[in-house]
Design a protein around this ligand. Structure first.
Ligand SMILES: [Fe+2]
Length: 533
């Protein structure tokens, strides 16, 4: 046991009995009028009933005069724990409530509330907030979930398996156990999206999006979130380009990840739009289920309900660094679209099929065809895997070959403005490119995988490819895309700390130290209109 305890990272989700926790927002299908509020409540062990939930919302923090009850039952899932073969993980009940009929460009205040399901929704609606039992400040309590004892119960018999399965140990997850429980009873606020075009002036709305990638729950992840939180003024939504929690087969890490978000909170007030990465596949170690946590814990503005199959391969571990392609996951949170002010965001799945004829391809093509650039002049695509990659990692990913073959022609034909990616724990911005050539009207590809997971990407070569504008793998950070009007926007890379190991960049296989990129900012002209002129 001692050996395992030393080798493994302590995984300790915070236990706050029955309280609202892990609050995060997503825009609805129409971000001018809908916001989706997601949060967790009780652990869903056998015999525990799910609380009933609702949202009090209003235009003033003192007057939450509207109540929105849950539209669907809370969801949950279970998972085996790799190192504890007799143990099972039971996720918290996850609640997703859509607030609709909101006014555009308006600040709202809200509180999520929980009640006893047997009392019914009317009791929850009528219970005065300040007296509601679910809204009391909760102290840390003794674990009610059996998994809390699991670290102590590690079995020496598992050691070989453990070593085999986890050759590359994940660093410790976020440990918020000593911190007080999240104050789920507090009133929070959010702002709805503006209408794209002002009906009086005819001018386009402005918007700013923060883009982060490969976040995790590590030292530098904390720095990224802290910086974003402290500079959140003006950020309308945050897009995470995939590789979210780095669970490494241990689903308690999803809870420590959301504990982390609770302690450095921003997504309970700013919409958090996520894309899937390879580390979000979360295949069951003793089964073939995939993407369960991603589909359960998030609720994006889905096109259709999820069609989530099982992995058609051996039960056991899946190589997360090089997963098979494609995986059976369609719709739901896998790929979706939202229009926010002057931007159409199309979030794609690198892990679902993308060949012509596939649901994702045909839907994506139709979205591009139907994009009205007089309304949403900016079309922004998010996909985890970068087509353009100056780093000596992930050169043989099947997903990258597929995206290059099937998606890039669409990016080019329909003048996608920017393709945001991650996967490589580094930063890279290309010139306007189309099929490896610099073309003025081609998309710009921006990789922002340096959100927190270890920066360790050497360059392929000392001399950058002709399409590279900027590159760096020595700083953690994130970026902001600020749209001024229909024709101009600014991209800004925000580097934070240097990688611990080196304040310079390296080239694979060579003893060369290349300088760091300590800033990057570019004003972009909308390629769609360049192509029309
Ligand atoms: Fe990745």
């Amino acid at each position: 046991m001692a050996k395992l305890a030393m080798a493994g990272a302590k995984v300790a989700p915070r236990h706050c009995r029955g309280a609202v926790k892990h609050l995060h927002l997503s825009v609805g299908k129409d971000p001018t009028s809908e916001m989706i509020v997601s949060f967790a409540s009780k652990w869903s062990e056998p015999g525990v009933s799910a609380p009933i939930a609702g949202i009090h919302v209003g235009r003033s923090p003192d007057q939450l005069d509207r109540f929105v009850g849950e539209q669907e039952l809370p969801v949950r899932y279970t998972s085996a724990l790799v190192r504890h073969q007799d143990q099972h993980y039971y996720s918290p009940f996850q609640h997703h409530i859509t607030i609709d009929q909101l006014e555009p460009d308006t600040v709202y205040y809200y509180v999520a509330v929980l009640g006893d399901r047997s009392d019914g929704i009317d009791v929850l609606r009528e219970t005065a907030l300040r007296y509601h039992p679910s809204q009391r400040v909760h102290e840390n309590t003794v674990a009610e979930n059996i998994i809390m004892q699991a670290e102590e119960m590690a079995n020496e018999d598992n050691e070989d398996d453990f070593r085999r399965l986890r050759r590359k140990l994940a660093p410790p997850p976020y440990d918020g156990h000593e911190k007080p429980c999240y104050e789920g009873h507090q009133v929070r606020s959010f702002k709805t999206a503006p209408v794209p075009v002002n009906p009086v002036s005819g001018e386009h709305a402005t918007a700013t999006f923060a883009i982060i990638g490969d976040l995790g729950q590590f030292t530098h992840s904390q720095e990224t979130l802290e910086n974003m939180r402290d500079n959140r003024e003006g950020i309308d939504a945050v897009v995470l380009v995939g590789d979210i929690a780095y669970t490494d087969y241990d689903h308690r890490r999803w809870d420590t990840f959301f504990d982390f978000l609770d302690d450095f909170s921003i997504f309970d007030e700013v919409p958090f739009q996520v894309a899937i990465g390879n580390h979000d596949i979360d295949k069951q170690e003793d089964g073939n289920e995939i993407f369960q946590a991603y589909e359960t814990r998030f609720r994006m503005p889905q096109v259709y309900p999820p069609e989530l199959g099982t992995f058609d391969g051996p039960s056991g571990l899946l190589n997360m660094d090089a997963p098979p392609y494609p995986l059976p996951y369609e719709w739901g949170n896998a790929y979706y679209v939202f229009d926010y002010g002057p931007a159409k965001h199309i979030v794609l799945s690198a892990y679902s099929a993308m060949e012509p004829g596939s649901p994702q391809y045909e839907w994506f093509k139709a979205e591009l065809e139907n994009a009205d650039r007089s309304v949403t002049p900016w079309v922004l695509v998010t996909i985890h895997t970068p087509i353009y990659n100056t780093f000596a990692l992930h050169a043989h990913d099947l997903q990258i070959f597929a995206a290059r073959e099937h998606l890039e022609p669409l990016f080019v034909e329909y003048h996608v403005n920017v393709v945001f990616t991650g996967h490589i724990h580094a930063y890279q911005r290309t010139a306007n490119v189309a099929m490896d050539e610099i073309v003025e009207t081609g998309p710009v590809h921006i990789t922002v995988g340096a959100g927190g997971r270890k920066c360790d990407a050497p360059y392929k070569a000392e001399e950058a490819e002709h399409w590279v504008e900027q590159r760096d793998a020595s700083f953690y950070g994130y970026g902001k895309f600020q749209i001024f009007n229909a024709t101009h926007a600014e991209w800004r890379w925000i580097p934070l700390s240097s990688a611990d190991e080196h304040a310079y960049n390296v080239v694979k296989g060579e003893e060369v130290h290349l300088p760091q990129l300590d800033h990057d900012m570019v004003v972009m002209e909308n390629q769609y209109f360049l192509a029309q002129s």
